[in-house]
Design a protein around this ligand. Structure first.
Ligand code: M6R
Length: 612
């Protein structure tokens, strides 16, 4: 959830670290800090509660700190409230060692007690401080930093990505990783570490992904990597092809808005390399036709919006494959006793590829013998690396905490996977297959037409932005769509909002509907359009304000009952949510804008949830 960046080179480190942290701020933004080392001035550290701009002001944009080696951190608090003291880096007692950390040290209390009994005093409430203090403790007895690091790593339990500076080693810093993302970057006469490649993309595209248990010694002249046993290893290097400008706002007020607009292009990039002569193919898929035929059950496992993609996937895949498909929250799956065996395919969906619950669900599925296929946006991420198969969503970097283009491309990949499996299993008629493929190709253009007509959505947002409770109702794919529409609204505008399957209204929810309650009624799933209309009539009779969303072909019918109607172009039934989601994303965006919310960095949230 936090962001780490480290630099060793010939230039001044602090401005480069601040620049990297700015690009990582979406990972955590309650406080930030940097520490740099120079032979003359030793270790200098500045940290502060609040956004990065506070740290920038405190350090004169980094100019007040001098040194060519340094580490930086942007925090999302887990242990200890967000304040100056709990911000990273954390120093050891004698001030010789500075540490930045992402993850959670689970046994920190026990280690803290042990160190206190040895006379160590602590400054912060964080779990991270024990890393710095324990390291000092081991270093004091051995005088060898690398072996002290290994001793410390053997003692701590939990998840960590670490950057470590030591005054006695002014030319380098140390990095270590377990269950939290960290990559190494190779520049010209300089080296980096980062939680996320966007932090260093401006300087290098050559990276390696650290694996669990590895330790790296990072200096201007290069990076040496050691495995969990301390043996030096060669890391495979990858070239990142993301465009730097994709991770910048490019004149837009918010990343979220820019990313909403990028969706048609992202979908085009996701679809086009996988369609040939009217058929879906996945170049890198190792799963054979025989293996697909041997599957008797599919699980889709994910969190948040990725889970909502899975809910749509359940409806669509069951329809296409006539096989049982279950969608389970990763945080539930990992502690359940799921019925998984070697004839089960577990599809893990994750934009970041680093979500801890999804990662743990993946490991459990593999342990139980299932085949794991992941749908991931970040190349080389942990989930991608541990899966048997990975299908990338080519959405490019997604910076806003609220996902939009990653959601849309995940949905596209999942639908394409459904088509591919259905053709392999012979569970789809050729004419139906061709119709879906053709609509898939038309999807980006249809989405563009939705994005060209945002005024009605803006108008509705300005009319309803001050409501304090909103209900999204719909059936089947519209219910799944409502889940995501509701999450978008609540996470960025802080309006309480719930999504319900319309059929459940009479089982309790309708008692909450009173004059002036805002109900977003979804009627894009045309086979159940009449039922959607009946539900609109029901809630209207209780005085609800209605914003209805349907397809162009049903717009006139819907307008007979609902006073506000938004419409998206008609497409194949299975693809309709891909269009329906766009007005809901925009509605959430404009409502949050009206309410003056911090759209790209909503309170209490982080982009990549690498803790439980
Ligand atoms: O990176 P992941 O797709 O695994 O993240 C899962 C959720 O944390 C994520 O989808 C979250 O719900 C979104 N930021 C909501 O917009």
């Amino acid at each position: 959830m936090c962001g780490i960046v480290g630099f060793a080179g010939k230039e001044e480190a602090a401005p480069i670290l601040l620049d990297g942290l700015e690009r990582l701020e979406y990972r955590g933004y309650d406080s930030a800090g940097v520490a740099v080392l120079s032979e003359k001035q030793g270790l200098q550290m500045k940290k502060a509660k609040g956004r990065l701009k506070v740290l920038r002001a405190l350090t004169d944009d980094g100019r007040s700190l001098s040194g060519h080696v340094g580490i930086g951190h942007t925090r999302w608090a887990t242990h200890g409230e967000p304040n100056d003291v709990n911000s990273h880096p954390h120093l050891s007692q004698n001030g010789m060692i500075a540490v930045v950390h992402n993850g959670i040290i689970e046994n920190y209390l026990e280690i803290k007690e042990f160190l206190i009994s040895k006379g160590v005093s602590f400054r912060s409430d964080t779990d991270t401080e024990v890393v710095a203090q324990l390291l000092e403790y081991y270093y004091a007895s051995s005088g060898d930093l690398k072996s002290a690091v290994y001793k410390m790593l053997h003692r701590i339990e939990g998840a960590y990505a670490l950057g470590i500076l030591c005054v006695d080693y002014p030319d380098c810093f140390i990095a270590a990783r377990k269950d939290a993302p960290l990559l190494l970057g190779y520049g010209e006469g300089c080296s980096f570490i980062a939680s996320d490649v966007t932090a260093i993309l401006k300087y290098t595209r050559e990276v390696s992904y650290m694996a669990d248990g590895e330790v790296a010694v990072v200096s201007a002249s290069g990076i040496r990597v050691f495995d969990a046993m301390g043996l030096e290893i060669e890391k495979e290097r990858h070239t990142v092809d993301w465009d730097v400008s994709a991770a910048e706002k490019g004149g837009y007020a918010h990343f979220m808005y820019k990313e909403i607009l990028e969706q048609p292009e992202a979908i085009r990039k996701t679809i086009s390399p996988r369609l040939k002569d009217g058929h879906v193919f996945f170049e890198d898929l190792k799963l054979t036709a025989e293996e697909i035929r041997s599957l008797n059950r599919i699980f889709i496992v994910a969190c948040g919006s990725s889970y909502h993609v899975g809910v749509i996937g359940k409806y669509n895949l069951e329809r296409l494959l006539r096989r049982p498909v279950e969608v389970v929250l990763a945080s539930e799956f990992r502690y359940a006793d799921p019925l998984v065996d070697e004839h089960t395919l577990v599809i893990v969906i994750s934009q970041s590829g680093e979500t801890l619950d999804s990662m743990m669900a993946l490991r459990l599925a593999k342990k139980l013998g299932a085949r794991v296929l992941s749908i991931v946006n970040v190349v080389g991420s942990s989930i991608a690396r541990e899966s048997d198969d990975v299908l990338y969503t080519w959405a490019g970097p997604e910076i806003a905490v609220a996902t939009t283009k990653a959601y849309s491309t995940q949905l596209t990949v999942l639908n394409m996977l459904g088509l591919y499996f259905a053709e392999t299993l012979g569970t789809i008629e050729p004419a139906e297959y061709a119709a879906i493929v053709s609509e898939l190709q038309a999807l980006p253009a249809r989405m563009e037409s939705v994005l060209e007509n945002t005024e009605p959505i803006q108008y509705l947002a300005s009319r309803y932005f001050n409501h304090d409770s909103v209900f999204f109702i719909g059936r089947n794919l519209d219910y799944a769509l409502g889940l995501e529409g509701s999450l978008k609204l609540k996470e960025i505008s802080y309006i309480h909002s719930e999504a319900y399957a319309s059929g459940e209204l009479k089982h309790g929810t309708i008692s909450l509907i009173e004059p002036g309650t805002l109900v977003i009624a979804l009627g894009t799933y045309t086979p159940l359009f009449d039922k959607a209309m009946s539900n609109v009539i029901e809630v209207k009779a209780r005085g609800a304000d209605i914003v209805a969303l349907t397809t162009e072909s049903r717009c006139a019918d819907m307008a007979k009952t609902a006073e506000n109607v938004l419409a998206v172009p008609d497409t194949h039934l299975l693809l309709q949510p891909s269009l329906g989601i766009v007005p809901l994303q925009l509605f959430a965006y404009y409502v949050a804008l009206q309410r003056g919310c911090d759209i790209d960095k909503p309170r209490n949230l982080a982009k990549s949830v690498t803790v439980e």
